[in-house]
Design a protein around this ligand. Structure first.
Ligand SMILES: Nc1ncnc2c1ncn2[C@@H]1O[C@H](COP(=O)(O)OP(=O)(O)OP(=O)(O)O)[C@@H](O)[C@H]1O
Ligand SMILES: [Mg+2]
Length: 273
């Protein structure tokens, strides 16, 4: 009760998720893959969501953003700026999704359209959502490419996705999510396929987005080391349950749950600070 009151009075609160559960109807029966999840995110902060494969990380955020498969449904609430993303109509949701909330999908390699130049992929978003002219949309594309530190962005807008490295594609995915000036970005395993140096560069972009632009970030990863570099708070998921949730410092230095302890024991000693 005290916690709820605190959050109501917190003007920095961006997202508050209460008792979120996700279910799928399958030929074998009804299964629950997310169980009563509770967490919140402030503006300009990063919540890291960590857990093993199949623990429910992606479906938690698919349910909030209306992306569940047709055999899935959810219960609970996800209040974004005072507006419940779970119970609202499709039309109301469209006002937020893709604009105020950007989603970076788990596989950047398949999220880009192969036959379309990067500049066009970026600018089409602003033309569609913000009704910008082609010229202004292209200017905005160059702006966001600067934010994600893409060198020679004027050459890049004429490139096709297959001409880019994995790290560059991931920067483009972040740039796409920035086109409509989002307040929340959900990034699902944004560094998984990248080498350690590129991974670090991408994480530093997320750090800049929260510090310089006050964007709230949800960073999903199976790698607790990645979470440690960027997140203010962390939620640890196992079998659809959030088994531990708290400040990254507390969870990492004084883990309470056995599964969190196990995850931490998997970090090689030379990566520990
Ligand atoms: N359409 C569906 N029908 C039935 N079960 C599904 C469906 N989509 C996902 N699931 C199940 O939901 C559970 C949670 O999946 P989810 O994608 O959230 O895992 P995850 O934690 O993101 O894993 P990963 O790290 O591999 O991406 C898994 O057991 C998955 O098989
Ligand atoms: Mg996933």
């Amino acid at each position: 009760m005290q916690l709820t009151q605190k959050n109501i009075n917190n003007s920095n609160l961006l997202l508050k998720v209460n008792n979120l559960s996700v279910f799928f109807n399958t030929p074998e029966g009804n299964i629950q893959v997310v169980k009563d999840a509770n967490f919140s995110l402030n503006k300009g902060e990063c919540l890291g969501v960590v857990g093993e494969s199949g623990s429910g990380k992606t479906q938690t955020f698919f349910s909030i953003t209306g992306l569940l498969s047709s055999n899935g449904y959810c219960k609970g609430s996800a209040i974004f700026k005072g507006f419940d993303l779970i119970t609202s109509s499709e039309e109301e949701k469209r006002r937020y999704l893709g604009k105020s909330i950007g989603f970076i999908f788990q596989d950047p390699m398949t999220s880009l359209t192969p036959h379309m130049k990067i500049g066009k992929q970026l600018s089409e978003i602003a033309i569609f959502h913000e009704k910008l002219s082609s010229k202004l949309a292209m200017e905005r594309s160059l702006e966001v490419l600067d934010i994600v530190k893409m060198p020679k962005s004027r050459d890049l807008i004429n490139s096709y996705p297959h001409e880019l490295s994995g790290g560059m594609k991931q920067r483009i995915m972040i740039a796409i999510s920035l086109m409509c000036r989002p307040e929340l970005i959900i990034a699902d395993e944004p560094t998984t396929a990248l080498d350690v140096t590129t991974q670090s560069e991408i994480l530093s972009i997320f750090n800049d987005l929260k510090s310089n632009m006050n964007i709230g970030i949800i960073l999903i990863s199976h790698n607790i080391g990645v979470i440690a570099e960027t997140s203010d708070n962390v939620a640890v998921m196992k079998n659809g349950l959030i088994v531990e949730n708290g400040s990254t410092f507390n969870v990492l230095t004084n883990p309470k749950d056995e599964y969190t302890k196990h995850l931490l024991s998997c970090i090689p000693p030379w990566l520990e600070k």
